[in-house]
Design a binder for this molecule. Structure first.
Ligand code: KIV
Ligand code: ZN
Length: 515
């Protein structure tokens, strides 16, 4: 018997981007979208076009380049949102509008200040408007996990009648427990008379750490689309992690009546790309994509794995795209080898100049670090595209002095809108001194909320990848930088966060405010 298709709807570029500080440029979204397309993700939610001009342009850019995945734009149940989303997805080969309105008593009363009848009317009108742009319309009753099942049945039946063909059930606040959420999906499908005219989907948040478990319980109960993100990125504690859902369904085909069409060997590539671009590092013990996910530390386990892999491994590392031989290039590698490996990683260059610039940075890195891994190449592309951006601040040079018994000091030169400025400062360590010197030049009134260093690969010659999170007036900006010298990587990350703060494109949050 052939199995049903489980549709994978990736919302890294929309809900993932709602993680504080994870906002992405249009170019970055395009890079991630192409990697998702290569992985054969069915639907890519590329953004919330009404949120800002930048997000509108980003969704449009993704819709113009991605050919094989459906491109979706999010819209509140409002004409202005739906028109903007309809416009943004126009270039897509296959486009979808995803419209939503809250249905839980607390959201309807406190947030929307609408009666249930008004909410139903608005939902019907939204689906009708969206159908004027595309026949692929998804409807979500926001906070369905805390909504009354009778009301959900009523509104869902009405929007299906109006032409919504995907019904997404969000556990917006991550409140549900697997057996309960599974039963909800089962009941909705059974009770709604026209449920056979739509695909039922789920969208689970991870506040109680149950997003993946809830999604899988829903799949066992008839959901045939799962909304998820790479590395589980997303609002607050994140969304259900794509890699965990896909590998659970693939590995446990004995318990699932469906499978995805994903090429799972692309998982690691997507995971590294998203963590590199957003600066959200993956914890080492994260399932599927963590650095330790396939590492066998204890002697007993190693012995077992050597005798027979299946003793302790339920998946093969190569099935998620981890290659055994990870050293790819070195200082003697030529332009052709470099270009070929980049193409294998699905990294394309817009122009010869861009290729030359990344290749020059590769040569500089290979002089410092003899073995260049895939992770280094991906970080190089992220770094080079950051350098190419029209940023107000650029790091020109940095010199630090750190000696036992002495106060560390740093002297830094920044290019500030075309003019070179220099400052020196002391600090409790070389990073602190460098940040203080940057603050002297920029006069930035910011609060440093997070500073973290991760090594991109193993070994002391590895590049350090630094994430810096700044806060100003309640807005959060993440910056990242990579270098074999972690003080330089730190300064790059700080400058990157300041650039984002200066270019702040004010966004509307989809789930706040009125409808
Ligand atoms: O969590 C949520 O409810 C959402 C909706 C917009 C689907 O992200
Ligand atoms: Zn969400």
């Amino acid at each position: 018997m052939s199995k049903d298709r489980l549709i994978i709807f990736d919302t890294t570029l929309r809900d993932g981007e709602q993680s504080p500080g994870a906002s992405m440029t249009a170019d970055e979204k395009v890079r991630i979208a192409k990697a998702l397309e290569k992985m054969r993700v069915d639907v890519i939610e590329a953004g919330f076009p009404i949120a800002s001009n930048g997000d509108f342009e980003a969704v449009k850019a993704v819709a113009s380049v991605v050919k094989d995945s459906t491109i979706c734009g999010l819209a509140r149940a409002k004409k202005i949102d739906i028109d903007r989303a309809g416009e943004a997805i126009k270039p897509a080969n296959s486009g979808r509008i995803h419209t939503f309105i809250a249905t839980s008593p607390i959201h309807m009363e406190q947030k929307l200040r609408l009666t249930p009848d008004e909410v139903v009317e608005q939902a019907i009108a939204a689906v009708r408007m969206a159908r004027q742009y595309t026949d692929n319309v998804e409807f979500s009753p926001e906070d369905a996990g805390r909504s009354e099942p009778d009301f959900l049945c009523r509104i869902i039946e009405a929007v299906i009648k109006e032409g919504a063909n995907t019904i997404n059930i969000p556990d917006t606040v991550g409140y549900n427990i697997p057996h309960q959420f599974g039963n909800l999906i089962n009941d909705l499908i059974e009770r709604i008379p026209n449920s056979d005219q739509a695909i039922f989907s789920v969208h689970c948040h991870n506040d109680l750490g149950l997003a993946v478990a809830n999604s899988l319980a829903a799949v066992r109960n008839g959901a045939r689309q799962v909304e998820c993100t790479i590395n589980g990125l997303g609002e607050r504690a994140g969304n259900a992690s794509l890699e965990e859902i896909v590998m659970a369904v693939r590995t446990r085909q004995d318990v699932f009546e469906c499978d995805t069409q994903l090429d799972t060997t692309q998982i690691m590539n997507c995971s590294r790309l998203v963590s590199g671009i957003t600066g959200f590092a993956v914890q080492p013990n994260k399932a599927i994509v963590g650095a330790n996910a396939f590492a066998h530390e204890s002697g007993i386990h190693q012995d077992g794995v050597l005798k027979s892999r299946e003793t302790y491994e339920i998946m093969r590392a190569q099935d998620v795209g981890l290659s055994a031989n990870k050293i790819v290039l070195g200082k003697h590698s030529g332009r052709n080898a470099f270009k070929t490996r980049m193409a294998e990683l699905d990294i394309e260059f817009g122009s010869e100049e861009e290729l030359n610039e990344v290749f020059a940075n590769f040569k500089t890195l290979a002089d410092k670090k003899h073995e260049i891994f895939d992770e280094d190449l991906q970080a190089l592309v992220t770094e080079t595209s950051t350098e190419q951006m029209n940023e107000s601040l650029k790091l020109v040079s940095l010199s630090v002095c750190s000696e036992t018994g002495e106060t560390p000091n740093a002297s830094i030169t920044l290019n500030v809108e075309g003019e070179e400025k220099r400052a020196a400062a002391t600090g409790s360590g070389p990073v602190d001194a460098s940040f203080k010197a940057i603050e002297k030049i920029t006069d930035a009134d910011v609060e440093l909320q997070l500073y973290s260093v991760n090594s991109i690969t193993s070994g002391t010659d590895s590049q350090g990848e630094v994430t810096v999170r700044l806060q100003q007036n309640g807005s959060i900006f993440n910056g990242h930088g990579a270098d074999t010298d972690i003080v330089i990587a730190s300064a790059k990350a700080y400058v990157n966060a300041l650039n984002k703060l200066m270019a702040n494109d004010k966004r509307t949050h989809p789930q706040l405010g009125d409808v």
